[in-house]
Design a protein around this ligand. Structure first.
Ligand code: NAD
Length: 474
């Protein structure tokens, strides 16, 4: 018997949905069904927004200290459920458990900083005869994807709570389990009812209803560029604030004087972690032509040395893709690359050696890639790297910037200063310098078709407040 989730979390309670039927959640490694999760419908969407609207009346008037204290309560209660959420994510989307414990759930720690950031709402400035103040932006609709499901949830929920907003959330129907645990925690700590409402069900059914809902003031969406563009169009009719965190095809420039072994290893591991399903992964590796053969050999060795297989095995580096559908998409791109004339260094369309079922894709590296090829222009969202040679730094920058996306990038140069100078010329929202680490306190977001929002860090709260100016008498 698989686990059945029969309730939605609305207005501080678990309620029976008006919607009918269930969506089955599968384990992509075993292909087994692991849970049935109930489907909300339009009536449930209305109930959730009504609760969030009512709750906004009081939550928006709480003091920053009160919100700080609630967020810290939430943080401590979530810490206690981290292992359970790591397991749920690993089971539903295939991230190896040893990685899931770090890259999928460590983000809970960000609540501590967002508790502090509640005070940013108290900031007011005097400008001549005016005082400029900040007010919570209102009721938010959150729609999130399956690749880092808890991280994406927290990147929206934490700043929204800190700002004094209330929310209606719908996560990807492929990975709803950690969100249901999150809602249990919200109930356990007794967060005022209606502040946090969680719906489950299909994005194709609930998405339009949420983003056009008359009571939604802010839409924050993380997902593909095509869905994001559609959401922006729909929400434009009622001039809602729309924050979009979308896809990427990030370039990684390795310079002539970079330590090649270190840089290429970093680049390969960066893409292969989470099976290439990381929006900011450095999937286009740009290497000086003079170092190309050497770099290709290193990349092949590193990729072939990664352990791929059972996500429950603590030594596994790479699990399956998050679903069979995602495997099909990635395999089509690999076929496309071959048709376009790119050559396989390693990997390909077959299941990895020794694996007979599951949504697995081999770590795949293409060489002799032209940046105009589809595999260099479109987001594959799988364990696929394209290696592109360049002759001059100007050419490398032109290739790096020749992309519809502008989410992230990387540079590895002889010195940090030299890498930063190059990074300043790349049109992306972030850049990883000489192997620099991810930072929850730095903003994340994209230029161009990678979106218009910034999550995390101090900037993460900006999306959730309005600015009001009060003109005082002389
Ligand atoms: P997706 O766009 O298919 O789905 C994202 C969410 O939108 C899901 O919850 C889905 O149910 C919902 N949805 C589907 N149809 C909808 C509709 N018509 N209206 C409203 N919502 C709808 O994306 P995905 O495949 O789940 O996620 C992968 C994508 O997310 C990649 O492109 C990746 O780059 C991107 N991503 C971006 C960031 C970032 O911070 N920029 C982070 C992670 C993932």
């Amino acid at each position: 018997m698989i686990k059945k989730y029969e309730s939605l979390f609305i207005n501080g309670e678990w309620v029976t949905p008006h919607g009918t039927g269930f969506t089955t959640v599968y384990n992509p490694a075993t292909e087994d069904a692991i849970a049935d999760v109930c489907n909300a419908d339009g009536e449930d969407v209305n109930r959730a927004f009504a609760a969030a609207k009512e709750a906004f009346k009081t939550w928006s008037t709480t003091t920053s200290q009160e919100r700080h204290d609630w967020i810290m309560k939430l943080y401590h209660a979530l810490e206690a459920r981290k292992e359970e959420m790591a397991q749920a994510i690993s089971e539903s989307m295939g991230c190896p458990i040893s990685k899931s414990r770090i890259i999928q759930v460590n983000c809970v720690v960000a609540f501590k900083k967002f508790a502090e950031r509640a005070k940013m709402m108290d900031v007011q400035t005097q400008v001549n005869n005016s005082v400029v103040i900040r007010e919570p932006a209102g009721v938010c609709a959150f729609i999130t994807p399956w690749n880092y499901p808890l991280y994406q949830l927290i990147g929206k929920v934490a700043p929204a709570l800190a700002a004094g907003c209330t929310m209606v959330i719908k996560e990807s129907s492929m990975t709803p389990l950690q969100g249901l645990i999150f809602a249990e925690v919200v109930q356990e700590i007794g967060l005022p009812k209606g502040v946090f409402n969680l719906l489950t069900g299909k994005g194709s059914v609930l998405g339009d209803l949420m983003v056009t809902h008359p009571d939604a003031d802010v839409i924050s969406f993380t997902g593909s560029t095509s869905t994001g563009a559609r959401i922006q169009e729909l929400a434009a009719k009622t001039v809602k604030r729309v924050c979009l965190e979308l896809g990427g095809k990030s370039p990684f420039i390795i310079t002539e004087d970079a330590p090649l072994e270190k840089a290429v290893t970093f680049g390969v591991e960066d893409v292969m972690i989470n099976s290439g399903q990381t929006c900011i992964c450095l999937s286009r590796m740009l290497v000086p032509a003079s170092k190309y053969e050497e770099a290709v050999a290193i990349a092949k060795r590193v990729a072939e040395g990664l352990k791929i297989g059972d996500p429950t095995d603590a030594s596994t580096y790479m699990g399956p893709m998050s679903s069979k559908a995602q495997r099909d998409t990635v395999v089509k791109y690999i076929q496309k690359g071959l048709e376009e004339g790119a050559k396989l260094v390693t990997g390909g369309v077959e299941l990895p050696y020794g694996i007979t079922k599951g949504a697995y894709v081999q770590p795949t590296i293409f060489r002799d890639v032209d940046n105009k090829m589809v595999i260099a222009q479109e987001e594959i969202f799988g364990p696929v790297i394209v290696m592109i040679p360049y002759d001059t730094l100007e050419e490398a920058l032109a290739i790096a910037n020749d992309s519809p996306y502008g989410l992230s990038s990387g540079v590895w140069a002889g010195t940090v200063d030299a890498a930063v100078a190059i990074a300043r010329k790349i049109r992306t929202g972030g850049c990883y310098i000489n192997g620099g680490d991810f930072n929850y306190d730095a903003p994340l977001g994209g230029y161009k078709q990678s979106g218009n929002g910034r999550e995390w860090g101090d900037f993460g709260i900006h999306e959730f407040y309005e600015i009001k100016s009060l003109q005082l008498p002389a």
